[in-house]
Design a protein around this ligand. Structure first.
Ligand SMILES: O=S(=O)(O)c1ccc(O)c(O)c1
Ligand SMILES: [Fe+2]
Length: 350
């Protein structure tokens, strides 16, 4: 028995558990320039500059750095009923929480989804000032929107099928000639993704991504981290993605949570938007300029919590791992597919 999915508008907020609230606040507010909507001694509610809902990120101090909730806004209050019915039909744990359970948010339907991720759905939410035109409040990093989540799960094919059943549309993926799918990007709003699946031991959160309008905003964040002698917060990039075509930078926060700053992907809103599939051996799939992906980007990710706040046990990926099939002295990755010389980049191998 199935039940129609809720009409999800977009990824809207993430609840992050951090080990030191002051250190996390300094990173997300003082360094990255996210805006404090409200805060107390236990948690801080932050938003991007163009956001008008109460928050895009909750920082809550706790014993184990982890992700406690992936929040999605739905189109109408009735979509909360649809969310509850959809997940009960999937046999998932479902809890309906009253307004105020989540600061600034009305009623929330929380689920532990089939992949083991704590998703939650809401409609009613407090409106706060959209700071779009308040340029005097902009840090030069100018983070304007929450753009997407990225989730690590063992079986990307099954995970993408579940998300497509939830109404997400696949826009890009990475595969090989044997039919293995290594990663997939899926959208509800008219951009490349609201969330993505990265093949690996999961459930874990790979990253949360915020958008800037310009590439120079991302370059400024790098310069600022250098000036602060915190360049070790830069894990990967800056660079240009192949998948999504976005300009990107990956940072690690004080707890190791991965944050992407991202700009200039493309419109995907037509119903017949063509899916872009990349060959896992294409050296330009993850970095259009062919720069290698640092190993930690493939191996490290954040724990996720169940609805009781306990870490969700991991399942290992059974199919080949992308890092294993694209790096090594054999240089399986190519720049030009038919280049008989191998065409792989020296120095890009471990
Ligand atoms: O590295 S990829 O080009 O595959 C990529 C594309 C879009 C993303 O948001 C991302 O995190 C990673
Ligand atoms: Fe991303």
């Amino acid at each position: 028995m199935t039940a129609a999915p809720p009409d999800i508008l977009r990824c809207a907020y993430l609840e992050l558990v951090v080990g030191d609230l002051a250190a996390a606040r300094e990173f997300y507010v003082d360094v990255l320039g996210l805006v404090v909507t409200e805060e107390n001694g236990r948690e801080i509610h932050l938003r991007a500059l163009e956001e008008f809902i109460h928050h895009n990120l909750v920082l809550r101090e706790g014993p184990v750095p982890a992700v406690a909730a992936f929040g999605f806004r739905v189109r109408t209050p009735r979509d909360l009923d649809a969310a509850e019915a959809h997940y009960r039909a999937l046999g998932c744990a479902v809890r309906r929480e009253p307004p105020g359970f989540r600061t600034g948010v009305g009623e929330v339907v929380r689920v532990l989804d089939p992949l083991g991720f704590p998703y939650e759905f809401f409609h009613d939410v407090a409106h706060v000032p959209r700071l779009t035109w308040r340029y005097e409040q902009y840090g030069a990093g100018a983070i304007v929107r929450l753009d997407h989540f990225n989730q690590v799960c063992p079986d990307v094919v099954a995970g993408a099928a579940y998300l497509e059943g939830l109404g997400f549309k696949r826009t890009e993926d990475i595969r090989d000639d044997d039919g293995v799918t290594y990663a997939a990007w899926l959208a509800r709003k008219d951009t490349v993704h609201d969330t993505a699946l990265t093949g690996g031991a999961g459930p874990r959160m790979h990253h949360i991504a915020f958008a800037t309008h310009e590439r120079h905003n991302i370059l400024y964040i790098c310069d600022k981290l250098g000036a602060l002698r915190r360049s070790d917060a830069i894990e990967r990039g800056p660079g240009r993605h192949g998948v999504s075509n976005a300009f990107y930078l990956y940072l690690r926060d004080p707890d190791g949570h991965r944050i992407e700053v991202y700009t200039q992907d493309y419109y995907t809103g037509d119903p017949d938007n063509p899916v872009v599939t990349w060959d896992v051996h294409d050296e330009q799939r993850r970095d259009w300029w062919g720069h290698p992906v640092v190993p930690s980007w493939y191996t490290e990710a954040s724990t996720v919590l169940d609805l009781d706040g306990d870490p969700v046990p991991l399942r290992e990926r059974e199919e080949p791992a992308e890092m294993d099939v694209t790096v090594g002295a054999d240089g399986f990755s190519y720049t030009r597919k038919d280049d008989t010389g191998g065409g792989f980049k020296l120095g890009g191998q471990l």
